[in-house]
Design a protein around this ligand. Sequence first.
Ligand code: C2E
Ligand code: CA
Ligand code: CA
Ligand code: CA
Length: 274
Amino acid sequence: AKAEGRRTHRFFEPDMDARAKARLTMEQDLRQAMIDGGFEIHYQPLVDLRNDEVSGCEALLRWRHPERGMVSPAEFIPLAEDTGLINELGDWVMQTACAEAAAWPSRIRLAVNVSPVQLKSPTLALRIAHALAASGLSPDRLEIEITEAVLIHDDETALAILHQLRALGVRIALDDFGTGFSSLSYLKRFPFDKIKIDRCFVSDIEVDGSAAIVQAVVNIAAARNMTTTAEGVETEAQREVLRKLGCTQMQGYLFSRPRPASEIRPLLGVCSEK
Ligand code: C2E
Ligand code: CA
Ligand code: CA
Ligand code: CA
């Protein structure tokens, strides 16, 4: 057994080494992209299910890697979090997206994802307040999307920051609801303005018990003065079920994929010159 253990160790060593190197390379590339302007933001419309009008857009970060092409945020956000780069990157997203949204009609809100790591920084609310002031975007047009990971540990700094943001007039949405270790008790930890129902409940809403779950979430939200947004709506049939269930908003490829600002503006009724 001992010999086998050693062999396994020897077998894995070069592999681990390669992975560590790949990580280090990607970290260096991330830092370089921050300097070179290798990031861009795409926007995906949020559509009101009651009147089919666009009422918001979510900012989704994109990285154009010089050799690898478009790299998914699912791949580089975790690394940016581990290395602390997420704070600088998050500030850039906030500043850039607020400046863009300030040019949209005032009925269109801007949703920005904020990582649990960013909510550890005691100056976050101040930096967001600066981004709002610099852009001229009214705080009530900004919606911060956070995941329940923030709430699991009952982190006092994170909760204090969320309350500071709320005091500024910023709205707070609970993202990816129903995934991970989410529990209804998290809804008691903070008075959210919105619940975003994860795509997994939408994709099989016509098949199994998902519709009943979505209905329950919509009811809870309504009872607590929150709105609901269904993520990942891809078909007309899904949209109709969600509408019947009383869901407030939808987001998904059915209406539009995330696209560059210049392609989104015409959908919002803004003449595009930039
Ligand atoms: P998310 O916040 O849950 O964002 C929704 C994801 O679903 C996006 O993936 C979007 O492109 C995708 N999506 C939208 N509609 C549909 C649909 O109809 N079908 C399918 N299959 N997918 C759809 P994306 O852009 O790859 O982003 C992945 C995740 O990366 C986001 O998940 C978010 O957690 C994170 N992320 C993106 N931008 C930022 C950012 O600026 N800051 C932070 N901290 N995280 C970000
Ligand atoms: Ca989100
Ligand atoms: Ca989500
Ligand atoms: Ca997600």
